[in-house]
Design a protein around this ligand. Structure first.
Ligand SMILES: Nc1nc2c(c(=O)[nH]1)N[C@H]1C(S)=C(S)[C@@H](COP(=O)(O)OP(=O)(O)OC[C@H]3O[C@@H](n4cnc5c(N)ncnc54)[C@H](O)[C@@H]3O)O[C@H]1N2
Ligand code: MOO
Ligand SMILES: [Mg+2]
Length: 395
């Protein structure tokens, strides 16, 4: 049995670039950039008025203001730049307008009173210029979004402002999620006493959807022949297969044998970790298919998916999935044989985490109570109170 680091290294050794494609900006959120994005103009592109008010010429901010300024006209946002003709006059200006030629300072409406075409100033000195200088955010040609970045809603605004109506993003692999097990029925069926509704496939499907991947769902019964026939087709058809169940020691846990018969290269089976120990991982060389076969218990499936698959996916798409760390809220005895993913709750007062009481990896409902999993490495000594460990959030 290998340890968790070795298992992760083997999974990451199979990272794969699936090429790039262009998508409309409106479909780019959640995808991974496959190009660097630069500003195509200065940002802001002109000296931008920051307050509604009047624009005047005031060479030195310390100089006293005039008591009043006759109004020459109005500079609206979206109108070409005007020019102040006389230096002791002013132009009314609107937020977002280009600053008129010959002016350098804006006095907000709150500080003036306008009567019969003249602005009477209520203050003696200007507060500040209230001008957002051309190029002061980023000059033209600045790298603003880097290749590999996962596109967030804020990035969509950036892409829009630099004129990217179409964006190069990394192609995602084609993916099938396959549940195995004769006890599993569809969610809209009425379970008999010995049956349960399948949940893992939906859990995984939803997790992939959050990464912009629309996976197909399949189910195969616990029959070696049927498994072999159907998996043979799926191995050829998809880039990645995610399976749950059928990888432990049971009489009907056929997957390891079936994979072997199908010529799938095993990289490991069983990792020194709890939960999720019987995890099986490999690839089919000819069809270039990666196979993640998760142990069937719901928490085991999910933990392995979040830890291994997600890191593999992000690496494949030119990014890297990193974990935040959290402080453990109480001392715990060490575990010399296994690394552990413990379900934890967050103490909102001190930001530390405490183990959640639950009934092990089959306790699906514990996922509703937990904030995430804390990764406690294999170790002889204790895990100290206040010590930091990787934390996998599920919120
Ligand atoms: N003798 C041993 N028995 C078991 C071992 C072991 O080392 N020696 N490992 C245990 C561990 S740990 C786990 S985890 C499970 C893994 O089992 P399998 O991957 O073979 O999965 P199944 O036997 O098919 O099912 C286990 C459990 O999970 C439920 N399940 C499966 N798929 C789904 C699904 N899509 N949705 C919801 N629930 C699912 C299934 O009904 C079973 O209850 O083996 C232990 N045994
Ligand atoms: O490792 Mo199993 O995944 O403990 O339930
Ligand atoms: Mg089993």
């Amino acid at each position: 049995m290998i340890n968790i680091q070795k298992a992760l290294d083997l999974v990451l050794s199979q990272k794969q670039f699936y090429g790039a494609e262009e998508v409309p900006l409106t479909e780019a959120v959640g995808r991974f950039l496959a190009e660097d994005i630069f500003t195509d103009r200065d940002a802001p592109p002109f000296d931008r008025v920051m307050m509604d008010g009047i624009a005047i010429q005031l060479k030195d901010l310390n100089d006293p203001l005039r008591p009043n300024y006759p109004i020459q006209g109005i500079q609206a946002a979206g109108a070409p730049q005007m020019t102040l003709k006389a230096p002791d006059h002013c132009l009314e200006v609107m937020t977002g307008a280009i600053l008129p030629q010959g002016t350098d300072t804006v006095i907000p409406y709150e500080e003036v009173e306008i009567k019969e075409g003249t602005a009477y100033v209520k203050i003696e000195k200007a507060i500040k210029r209230f001008v957002h200088g051309q190029g002061s955010d980023s000059p033209k040609g600045t790298l603003v979004l880097q290749k590999g970045k996962k596109i967030h809603p804020g990035d969509i605004g950036i892409l829009a402002t630099v004129g990217k109506s179409r964006v190069e993003v990394a192609k995602v692999p084609t993916l099938a999620i396959i549940s195995t097990g004769d006890e599993l029925i569809e969610i809209d069926e009425k379970p008999l006493a010995h049956q349960i509704r399948k949940s893992n496939v939906y859990n995984l499907w939803a997790s992939l959807l959050q990464e912009g991947i629309h996976a197909e769902r399949h189910h195969i019964i616990d029959d070696q022949k049927v498994l072999q026939t159907q998996l043979k087709i799926l191995v050829q058809k998809f880039d990645v297969l995610l399976l749950s169940g059928g990888v432990s020691m049971g009489k009907f846990d056929y997957l390891p044998t079936v994979f072997e018969n199908l010529g799938v290269q095993k990289l490991f089976h069983r990792v020194a970790q709890r939960p999720g120990k019987p995890f099986w991982f490999g690839y089919h060389e000819e069809f270039n298919t990666k196979i993640f076969a998760y142990p069937g218990n719901p928490v085991s499936t999910y933990v392995n998916h979040l830890f291994y698959f997600k890191q593999w996916l992000y690496a494949s798409l030119g990014n890297s999935w990193t974990f935040e760390t959290k402080e453990l809220g109480e001392e715990m005895p060490g575990c010399p044989n296994l690394a552990r993913f413990i379900s934890v709750n967050l103490n909102s007062e001190n930001g530390r985490v405490l183990p959640l009481n639950h009934n092990g990896s089959g306790d699906l409902f514990s996922l509703a109570q937990t904030a995430g999993f804390l990764l406690l490495p294999q170790r002889e000594g204790v895990y100290r109170k206040g010590e930091r460990f990787s934390f996998i959030t599920i919120r």
